[in-house]
Design a protein around this ligand. Structure first.
Ligand SMILES: [Zn+2]
Length: 466
């Protein structure tokens, strides 16, 4: 008995030694930049809802928030922008300007009250709302934020905390499966009290201000970051995770501090919702336990996905979608090839990644993935009325992640729209779950084969290296 206890004590002591030796390897830096477009000088089309929604005033400013993690001379940059989505070719332009990084991840919060950065929200369906000058400015600001984060990187120790907050999510599409876990990474200041910075990852559409809102805003995300910044006196990076299927702040009952229910779509609800998310993140930070975030292991793969969505093809033809398409010949791993003429079944090139930061693993998914595909819960057997009831179940993203902590960045390095389980694909009558109309989601998805290809590619990335 005594020997066993001594053995345990020795093992714990050794673990502490190993951990503290390791902890010294990690350095972290934070940077941010303002990316609010000038709505007085230029017409700004707000993205995320209907067409021709012009910004008339500013509710809150937009930012890019970046963190750089270093393990010796290996550097990883993660930047997140208060916009609706960024395409891979744009991310590649940012990457080309950030030399010396092992990996650069650029994501979007999926903000529904920022400028059109994808082309889908101009005056009408076949007119892009993208302002190329703004995109250039955005590129410059992302690069500047990452460089500032890198320049300020200092030795740190990390801690991880999680909290479940299903009450802050509404699931607008059956089955009722929520990805309700918020994850916070807290980085300690070198040798002193207080935090050097916080990374928060949560799974919700920033669309609280709703479809008729004419104000430019970061939606609740700005309020969340401001509240955390005020409480911990440190920079905050907010990452959007699983938002498909559809994880939203709309229809979530939000009350003010007096218990009064705040009206849907208003500024008051939006700001209060942001504070509630910050309070939850604060609980995660306060309960965070030390975690090892080194060594880094970055795995990513270039992937071709078929584009079956007729609207997307028309948008490409009209020049609204400013990104290349390739011929699709049934091979997701095919070498890049140029498409002479838009006909048949085209494909679009994207990237999927899994990033191991010591005990934390990050899934990097290029779009709005359904929670069932992340945490599991795709109906088996398929719901009655499904278009592909016999489609195999996709391997769930979190099922193959064996590290101690898991995080997900949706809209990571790309935004391909909804990624939904093939068995839940439902364009043809009869409809699933007793609906009389088709459910929302398919219209903003590449097609029914997106999830099977993408989830399998993600699973393969996790296989042991030979
Ligand atoms: Zn969305």
């Amino acid at each position: 008995m005594a020997r066993t206890t001594r053995g345990i004590v020795a093992a714990v002591a050794l673990a502490i030694l190993v951990n503290s030796a390791r902890a010294g390897d990690l350095a972290v830096g934070f940077g941010s930049a303002d990316v609010t477009p000038d709505i007085k000088a230029r017409e700004v089309f707000l993205a995320g809802f209907g067409h021709n929604r012009k910004a008339t005033e500013i509710h809150s400013r937009l930012h890019v928030r970046a963190v750089v993690l270093r393990d010796g001379d290996r550097k990883i940059a993660i930047a997140s922008v208060d916009v609706v989505g960024l395409f891979l070719p744009f991310v590649e332009r940012v990457r080309a300007r950030l030399t010396g990084f092992h990996y650069v991840l650029v994501g979007a919060t999926h903000n529904h009250h920022g400028p059109d950065t994808m082309g889908l929200w101009g005056t009408h369906p076949f007119k892009s709302g993208v302002d190329p000058e703004y995109m250039k400015h955005l590129e410059d600001q992302i690069v500047a934020a990452v460089q500032a984060a890198d320049a300020g990187a200092k030795p740190t120790e990390a801690a991880v905390g999680t909290v479940k907050i299903p009450e802050l999510l509404h699931d607008s599409r059956d089955p009722q499966i929520k990805h309700d876990e918020l994850v916070a990474l807290a980085f300690r200041k070198p040798g002193g009290d207080g935090l050097a910075g916080i990374v928060v990852q949560w799974n919700c559409h920033p669309e609280t201000l709703d479809s008729k809102n004419p104000r430019l805003s970061s939606d609740y995300v700005g309020s969340t970051c401001d509240a955390l910044k005020a409480k911990y006196n440190c920079p905050v990076v907010y990452l959007t995770g699983t938002v498909g299927g559809l994880m939203t702040s709309m229809h979530v009952d939000v009350k003010d501090t007096n218990g009064q229910r705040l009206p849907e779509g208003g500024v008051a609800k939006t700001e209060r919702f942001g504070v509630l998310v910050a309070e939850a993140a604060g609980r995660a930070v306060d309960a965070a336990v030390p975690a090892r975030l080194t060594p880094f292991d970055v795995r990513k793969t270039s992937l071709l996905l078929p584009v079956d969505n007729a609207m997307y093809r028309l948008a490409k033809q009209a020049g609204v979608f400013d990104r290349a398409m390739e011929p699709w010949a049934g091979d997701a791993y095919a070498a890049p090839k140029s498409l002479e003429k838009l006909e048949g079944r085209p494909g679009v090139r994207t990237e999927v990644g899994r990033v191991r930061l010591g005990e934390v693993e990050l899934a990097v998914i290029p779009g709005e993935i359904y929670p069932e595909l992340v945490v599991g819960g795709v109906p088996d057997p398929a719901p009655t009325g499904a278009d592909f009831p016999d489609a195999p179940l996709e391997p769930a993203i979190y099922a193959s992640m064996k590290s101690k902590y898991r995080m997900i960045v949706g809209l990571g390095n790309d935004e391909l729209g909804y990624i939904l389980p093939k068995r839940q694909w439902d364009e043809k009558a009869p409809y699933t779950f007793g609906r009389t109309k088709p459910p929302y989601g398919e219209v903003n998805s590449l097609g029914p084969d997106t999830a099977p290809i993408l989830c399998e590619a993600f699973r393969r990335l996790g296989e042991e290296k030979k």
